[in-house]
Design a binder for this molecule. Structure first.
Ligand code: SF4
Length: 371
């Protein structure tokens, strides 16, 4: 699995705590990114050359011109064997997906999945989130993708936005129903430290909805997905089968991956490494052979804990055969009470969360990990 991070955005969304920057020398960054791919192609990661999925995330990857994207893909092709590739995703912001851009992206022939950062179809929500697009732009973006034959389209939505009524959330879901969408990622709005939203809530200008309201929106979402043919396969992810995100599913089952670009993470099964979250230092590091990343060995306990935390958020659950036998024995004892209380069930060698279990996945996982 390969992840490419494009950390540029045309403005900062009010809730965004990711590393991204407004403005900057995109071309120099693309050059450095290609150089990093070239430099690291021979790293001894488990099966690094058998690439099945590629994901361009951000930031806003669609701020790159199609020729810049092509340049990166050419470098990937030179460094890796992409002949067995299954899924290539690009994250896109609606305002970037003009007819021309989508036509060029399609002609490029690499990406077979587009994940659109819609967040809401309501202009009031989008203003509060400080997004650049409006609801019409979002609808038009999806229409442009469909017109050009993109079959596998995902959209992101946010619920629990201040001022978002139950009716407005329902209207968002109804808008999705009117579109030919294969995948949906829905996240509750959270206040990240240092964001615009953080300042707005601290100063009292914006009031976040209470927990019950947010839970009610989530329950509406689950009901809507159930009656509109969307299968929940992770706490925040839903699809019309068989369009699960293969890339993200592999993160959740702890498949090794390589990440390129500023702030990108990599995981080889026993080490985690992360590139510096600063484009200038990243570019300097690559160009001048200076250190631009940190790395740590993951202990067996940390690896077990991370797997429990992510796997319990998925309907696949915990694959018992993947566990160290000693840890598996301990887990068997601790998980029993959750099985008895109907939060977890055992199927095909997996501990899987029930619907109720999925709702409480984080709390259960926190109780099951090794302190
Ligand atoms: S587009 Fe995405 S990465 Fe960029 S500021 Fe908004 S939320 Fe953050």
């Amino acid at each position: 699995m390969l992840y490419l991070h494009i950390p540029f955005c045309s403005r900062k969304c009010s809730y965004c705590g990711f590393y991204s920057r407004v403005g900057g020398d995109v071309q120099t960054y693309v050059d450095a990114l290609c150089r990093e791919i070239e430099l690291r192609a021979d790293e001894v990661w488990p099966n690094p050359h058998k690439v099945r999925t590629v994901y361009f995330g951000g930031g806003t990857p669609t701020l790159l011109s199609v020729s810049q994207l092509e340049r990166i893909v050419e470098q990937l092709n030179r460094s890796f064997n992409l002949s067995e590739i299954e899924e290539c995703t690009i994250e896109a912001n609606p305002e970037c997906l003009t007819k021309q851009y989508v036509a060029d992206l399609r002609a490029m022939g690499f990406f077979n999945r587009v994940s659109v950062g819609v967040q809401s179809f309501s202009d009031a929500d989008l203003r509060l989130l400080n997004r650049r697009h409006n609801g019409e732009d979002a609808l038009r973006a999806v229409a442009n993708l469909k017109e050009r034959g993109y079959r596998n389209v995902s959209i992101d939505l946010i619920y629990g936005i201040p001022g978002q009524s139950a009716e407005q959330w329902q209207a968002n879901l109804d808008a999705v129903a009117s579109l030919d969408i294969q995948h949906l990622s829905c996240y509750a709005l959270t206040v990240e430290h240092g964001t615009i939203l953080d300042h707005q809530t601290r100063s009292g200008r914006v009031r976040m909805p209470d927990e019950d309201e947010v839970l009610a929106r989530y329950e509406t979402l689950l009901e809507w997905c159930d009656s509109n043919g969307f299968t929940q396969y992770e706490i925040s992810n839903f699809c019309r089968e068989p369009y699960r995100s293969r890339h993200n599913s592999r993160y959740w089952d702890h498949t090794p991956y390589m990440g390129f670009g500023a702030s990108a993470h990599s995981f080889d099964g026993s080490h985690r490494r992360w590139n510096i979250s600063d484009t200038t230092q990243y570019i300097n590091g690559i160009n001048n052979n200076n250190t631009y990343f940190e790395m740590e060995k993951i202990s067996e306990i940390d690896a077990f804990n991370e797997y429990i935390m992510t796997a319990l958020r998925t309907t696949e659950g915990i694959d018992i055969s993947k566990l160290d036998p000693v840890f598996a024995d301990g887990l068997k004892d601790n998980i029993l009470k959750y099985i008895m209380e109907g939060y977890i069930y055992i199927q095909d060698g997996h501990y899987r969360p029930t619907e109720k279990g999925l709702l409480h996945a984080d709390g259960i996982a926190a109780d099951l990990i090794i302190a």
